[in-house]
Design a protein around this ligand. Sequence first.
Ligand SMILES: C[S@@+](CC[C@H](N)C(=O)[O-])C[C@H]1O[C@@H](n2cnc3c(N)ncnc32)[C@H](O)[C@@H]1O
Length: 290
Amino acid sequence: MSRRLPRRPRAEAETQARLLEAGTTDHYLDADLYDFEYCDRVDDIRFYQAVAAQIGAQVGAPIKILELGAGTGRVTRPLLADGHHVVALDAMPAMLASLREAVLDDDTRARLEILEADMRAIPLPDVAFDAVFAPFNALMHLYSWRELLACFTDVARVLRPGGTFAFDVQLPDLDWLQWDPDARHSITRFAHPRTGDKLIYSTNHTYDQQTQICHIRIFYDDAPPQGRKFVPPPRPRRLVHLAHRQIFPEEVRMLVAVAGLELTSLTGDFAEKPLRRAKESQVAICVKPR
Ligand SMILES: C[S@@+](CC[C@H](N)C(=O)[O-])C[C@H]1O[C@@H](n2cnc3c(N)ncnc32)[C@H](O)[C@@H]1O
């Protein structure tokens, strides 16, 4: 008779560490594909531009912005186009390379600093910024309350008194988190923006209630001929792991308060709607007291 041995805690910790490493990097290795997948996402860009413009109207534009998890510069470039100074911080060289290679005129490039660093320990001076932005779920890559608090505390340190911290993270959806982890969702046919390969995108995920981390799997498979039904192959052509720690609204309020900031608004999505179940994102604006 075979008996299942209890999993060794060390092996479990190693597996978890590997999953989190992949979950922080896999999705950000192909910057062209990243930009293609999110090219329709514009509401958040307008939101961060509006926040920067409002600060500029109060203290005088252009302002100094630190952007955490800036990636390929999807939000950075419009902020630069508005005349602001931006330090674009990110941990992934492939994402930053895309921003570095972006075609920018000399004046714009002079207002951009690209910084490869970890947002859990921000290597920048105190009271240096009018605003810190963390767009599009970047904070969901901080996998424990300690990591989140380290980041929030550093944000408070680098902001000038009266400075603004704005960010958006998903609003946890308990129904979605418990979807069948073996099914395939969001099945989409597309052509890779660089290679032209005809592919099928699909996803599923597993939610770990202990850690609050959702382990998302993104599958890229060869597309069958037009008109033929897609049947997932036993082995995907490419599997991307994406780990997102869920941050509940009360955690947002606590992190902001413990870091010594004041929450001025916490809304659902970017149109300042109340936080409700149907909303995909929670959008926070906080200030550092004077
Ligand atoms: C969803 S992307 C957002 C990119 C960009 N802000 C946008 O809106 O398109 C999250 C980014 O956070 C970065 N990131 C994840 N963990 C990080 C960390 N600990 N320190 C710095 N950057 C991190 C990733 O490399 C990735 O570029």
